[in-house]
Each structure stands twice: as structure tokens, then as C-alpha cells.
Design a protein around this ligand. Structure first.
Ligand code: ADP
Ligand code: ADP
Ligand code: ZN
Length: 215
């Protein structure tokens, strides 16, 4: 199964993609995570992406399309994958169609998670992740069961993203509405677009997504 989780920054894509990976064995492909890994490793690609990410702007289509083209050919993607944060422009969506066609693969669903801007700012400012296994948490919405200890791996170190600050969030939302939201009519025309209420709690959103995946 090939599924796209679609929505603005902070909508809950990563949270749900991680869960689906754990529960259903589909691989989570997050271009944001891959770009942060490249920035951390100081690769040439990372150097190109870094300034854009810090400014809350999209990284160039060439870079992210190249990343996904290579990644979906790896063995672990054979049973299907969930795209989280890709495609983010119409050009990326078109490129993805080309790649899937070339491999004889088909997109099963694009799930749009709708969340109000105010809630997005709250979600992004409270977001943090386990430094070891990257499990996602939130200061008030999703705390580890034991304070300071990761539920998934027992790690005790956590980190916050450099771009999860009030100044950058506004720019990221602007980029979303200007460049990413226009992808929605593209998928609506193809008849694969589904919506869930991203304002609901994490469990309720999970149930709505699972209902789409089961259909
Ligand atoms: P995205 O990948 O779309 O940017 P995340 O999955 O990282 O979003 O979620 C952003 C923050 O909001 C995280 O701290 C997460 O724990 C929290 N969160 C995710 N889903 C919900 C939800 N349905 N209700 C409240 N908080 C949520
Ligand atoms: P969020 O889910 O909070 O928007 P991501 O981790 O998906 O954050 O992305 C972080 C940053 O990485 C984006 O602001 C952008 O600079 C870059 N990025 C991630 N995915 C893409 C993409 N598909 N196209 C262009 N830039 C991307
Ligand atoms: Zn962990």
C-alpha cells in the first residue's frame, strides 16, 4: 500500500506515520527527517538544504525528488510506504506519479489532515522528539508515560527542532498555503483524496485514518 499523509506543518503527519509504521509494517518516508539527517551529516545536499530549512522555506524540488526516487527503490519499501511531507509542490506530485508509473506502482490514498492555524502553532511550539529513536512527543498533548523517559526506547535525551520557533512557523505556513495546498486539487481530480479531522485527538485521528486505509 502506498499512502500520502498530507497537511500543514504540525498537523500530525509524523505522529500518525510513525504509528502506522509500527502497527502495519509500512515504512515511513519523511523528507523532513531525511533532510535533517543530511544537514546533521554535513553532506553537500545538507549544506544546500540547511539555510532554506532554517528560514522556513521549501528546499528545491530537484533535491527532494532525488531523495525520494532513490529511497523508494530500496528493499524495505517493497511492502509499501507512507509519504510524510512529500509531495509539497505540484512539480513534486507530478514527479512522484512518473516514478510510480515507471515501477508499475499505484498510489492508494492521499489523506489530508485538516487543522486550524492556531492549533498548528501550539503543536509546533510544544513538539519534541526522542534523540535516540526519534519518537515524537508534545509538552502537553503527548507526554511520555514516565516523565523524561521515551516510551518506545527508554531513552532519556530529547531534542527540539531548530525551525520549530514562532518566527519560522509563520513562514512555513505561508509556504504551505502558497506552494503545497495547490497539490490538493491535483489529487482530488485523480479521485484519491480523502480527508480526516486533524483537530481531533491523536487516537480519534488514528481511527479515522485506519478507516480510510481499510476501505
Ligand atoms: P507534522 O509531522 O505534521 O509536522 P507532528 O506529527 O510532528 O506533525 O505533530 C506535531 C505536534 O503535535 C507533536 O508534538 C505531536 O505530539 C502533536 N500532535 C500530533 N497529533 C496531534 C493531535 N491529534 N492532537 C494534539 N496534538 C497532536
Ligand atoms: P513539518 O512537518 O513540520 O512541516 P518537515 O519535517 O516535513 O516539517 O519539514 C521540515 C522542512 O524541511 C521544511 O520546512 C522544508 O524546508 C524541508 N522539506 C521537507 N520536505 C520537503 C519537501 N517535500 N519539499 C521541499 N522542502 C521540504
Ligand atoms: Zn526513544
Amino acid at each position: 500500500m502506498i499512502v500520502i499523509l498530507f497537511g500543514p506543518p504540525g498537523a500530525g503527519k509524523g505522529t500518525q506515520a510513525q504509528r502506522i509504521e509500527r502497527e502495519k509494517g509500512l515504512v515511513q518516508l519523511s523528507t523532513g527527517d531525511m533532510l535533517r539527517a543530511a544537514v546533521g551529516a554535513g553532506t553537500e545536499m545538507g549544506l544546500k538544504a540547511k539555510a532554506k530549512m532554517e528560514a522556513g522555506q521549501l528546499v528545491s524540488d530537484d533535491i527532494v525528488i532525488g531523495i525520494i526516487r532513490d529511497r523508494i527503490q530500496e528493499d524495505d519499501c517493497k511492502n509499501g510506504f507512507i509519504l510524510d511531507g512529500f509531495p509539497r509542490t505540484v512539480a513534486q506530485a507530478e514527479a512522484l506519479d512518473g516514478m510510480l508509473d515507471a515501477q508499475g506502482l499505484k498510489l492508494d490514498a492521499v489523506i489530508e489532515m485538516k487543522v486550524d492555524d492556531n492549533a498548528l502553532v501550539d503543536r509546533i511550539s510544544g513538539r519534541y522528539t526522542c534523540a535516540k529513536c526519534k519518537a515524537g512527543y508534545h509538552d502537553t498533548n503527548l507526554k511520555p508515560k514516565v516523565d523524561g523517559v521515551c516510551d518506545v526506547c527508554g531513552g532519556t535525551e530529547f531534542s527540539r527542532r531548530a525551525d520549530d520557533n514562532a518566527a519560522t512557523v509563520g513562514k512555513r505556513l505561508e509556504e504551505y498555503y502558497a506552494l503545497t495546498a495547490p497539490v490538493l486539487p491535483y489529487y482530488a481530480e485523480k479521485g484519491v483524496l480523502q480527508q480526516v479531522d486533524g483537530m481531533a485527538g491523536i487516537e480519534e485521528v488514528a481511527a479515522q485514518i485506519d478507516a480510510v486505509l481499510a476501505a
